[in-house]
Ligand binder design. Structure first.
Ligand SMILES: C=CC1=C(C)c2cc3[nH]c(cc4nc(cc5[nH]c(cc1n2)c(C)c5CCC(=O)O)C(CCC(=O)O)=C4C)c(C)c3C=C
Ligand SMILES: [Fe+2]
Ligand SMILES: [Fe+2]
Length: 322
C-alpha cells in the first residue's frame, strides 16, 4: 500500500446485527437516543421511547428485517463491506468502515486506521445529501471518540456530494443500464428518506439538496419532467415530515393511469430495509392495489463500479496536498 499516512473512514447509518427483536431493540435504542435524530426534550421523549416505541416497534420491525436479510447478514452491512473492500483495493490506501449506530462502530473504524499508521483521516459519510440527522450525527460521533485521545489525527470531512457530477453520472448510468435490460417505465419516481419538516424549516438544507439531485438527474437522463418527480419516504411519528410522501404519490400515480412505475432511492448509498422492504414490497403492493401493473425498484448504487469510482474521485479531490 502507498504510504501517505492517510486513511479513509467510510460511514453509514448502521443496522441491527441480527434480525431478532432483541437485536433490533438494541439498535433502535442507540439510534433513537441521538438528539440529532429525535430532538424532542428528553423528559418527554425517553418515556415514549422506552415505554412505547422500543417494545412495540422492535418485534414488528424484526419481521420486516427478516424478509430482506441476506445469507451474509443485513443488506446495509453486506453492501457497505463490499464498498469498503473495493475502494481500498482501488485506492491502495487503508479504508475502514464505521457505522454511526451499531457495529462496526466509528470507534473501531478509527482504531483500525490508527493501527495502520494513519495520522490523517478523510471521513466520507455515505449520505449524498447533507442532513443534520445523518451527516452531523457522524461528526458528533467522531468528535466524541477523539475527545478521549491525547493525539488527534488531521481530519477532513466530506459534508455532501448531492450535485457531484460523478454521483449524478453513476445514478444516470444505473437507471439506463436497468432500462436497457428491463425496458423503460411510464414514470420515474425518486424517493428520498424523509425528515421532519420542522428540521428543514429550522435550516437543514436536506430538501434543497434532494431537489438539486433530482433536477440534475432528470437533465442527465433527458427525462421529460412530466414523467419524473420526487417524494419522501420512511415517515416516523406524528408530526409533519417533508412532502410529498412517497406512498401517497405512488397511489396517486397509479390512479392517474401510470401502469409501469420505476422508483430510485438516491439518498441511500446501499440497499437496506427502507429500499428492499418499504419500497420494493410495501410500495409495490400499494401501486398494484391502486391499479398499477409493473413496479420496479432500481437498485441503489451499492458496489457498482461507477459508484466506487465516484468515491475514489471524491477521496482524490479531498486529499489534495496530503
Ligand atoms: C426517527 C427519525 C428518523 C430520521 C430523522 C431519519 C433520517 C434518516 N434516515 C436515513 C437512512 C436510513 N434510515 C434507516 C432506518 C430507520 N430510520 C428511522 C428513523 C429516522 N430516520 C428508523 C426508526 C429506522 C429503522 C427502521 C424502522 O424502525 O423503521 C435506514 C436503514 C437501516 C437498515 O438497517 O437497513 C437507513 C439507511 C436517512 C438518509 C435520513 C435522513 C436524511
Ligand atoms: Fe432513517
Ligand atoms: Fe421504513
Amino acid at each position: 500500500m502507498k504510504n501517505n499516512n492517510y486513511g479513509v473512514l467510510l460511514v453509514n447509518l448502521g443496522t441491527p446485527d441480527e434480525a431478532s427483536p432483541a437485536a433490533i431493540k438494541r439498535f433502535l435504542s442507540e439510534f433513537l437516543h441521538d438528539q440529532r435524530v429525535v430532538d424532542m426534550t428528553r423528559w418527554l421523549w425517553l418515556p415514549i421511547l422506552h415505554g412505547v416505541i422500543l417494545p412495540i416497534r422492535s418485534p414488528k420491525v424484526a419481521k420486516l428485517y427478516q424478509s430482506v436479510w441476506m445469507e451474509e447478514g443485513s443488506p446495509l452491512l453486506v453492501y457497505s463491506q463490499r464498498q469498503q473492500q473495493m475502494l481500498e483495493k482501488q485506492l491502495n490506501v487503508p479504508v475502514a468502515l464505521g457505522m454511526t449506530y451499531g457495529v462496526p462502530s466509528i470507534s473501531t473504524g478509527l482504531a483500525e486506521l490508527k493501527q495502520q499508521g494513519c495520522d490523517k483521516i478523510l471521513v466520507l459519510p455515505l449520505y449524498p445529501q447533507y442532513s443534520g440527522t445523518t451527516t452531523a450525527a457522524v461528526f458528533d460521533r467522531i468528535a466524541k471518540e477523539l475527545k478521549q485521545q491525547p493525539y488527534i489525527p488531521e481530519l477532513r470531512f466530506i459534508n455532501h456530494y448531492f450535485d457531484h457530477p460523478d454521483y449524478i453520472d453513476a445514478l444516470a448510468l444505473s437507471a439506463s443500464e436497468f432500462w436497457a435490460e428491463n425496458g423503460k417505465p411510464d414514470y420515474l419516481l425518486c424517493s428520498y428518506h424523509g425528515i421532519p419538516k420542522r428540521y428543514a424549516d429550522n435550516g437543514d438544507p436536506y430538501p434543497k439538496h434532494c431537489h438539486t439531485t433530482t433536477e440534475k438527474l432528470a437533465e442527465k437522463l433527458a427525462m421529460p419532467r412530466e414523467n419524473m418527480s420526487m417524494s419522501y419516504q420512511s415517515i416516523f411519528g406524528r408530526e409533519e415530515w417533508l412532502q410529498p410522501y412517497t406512498e401517497a404519490t405512488i397511489e396517486a400515480l397509479a390512479k392517474k393511469g401510470v401502469k409501469r412505475l420505476d422508483v430510485m432511492c438516491p439518498a441511500f448509498s446501499v440497499d437496506c430495509l427502507e429500499t428492499l422492504e418499504e419500497i420494493a414490497e410495501q410500495c409495490k403492493e400499494t401501486f398494484i392495489n391502486a391499479g398499477g401493473e409493473v413496479f420496479n425498484l432500481i437498485p441503489c448504487l451499492n458496489d457498482n463500479e461507477a459508484h466506487i469510482r465516484m468515491m475514489e474521485n471524491l477521496v482524490i479531490q479531498h486529499t489534495q496536498g496530503w
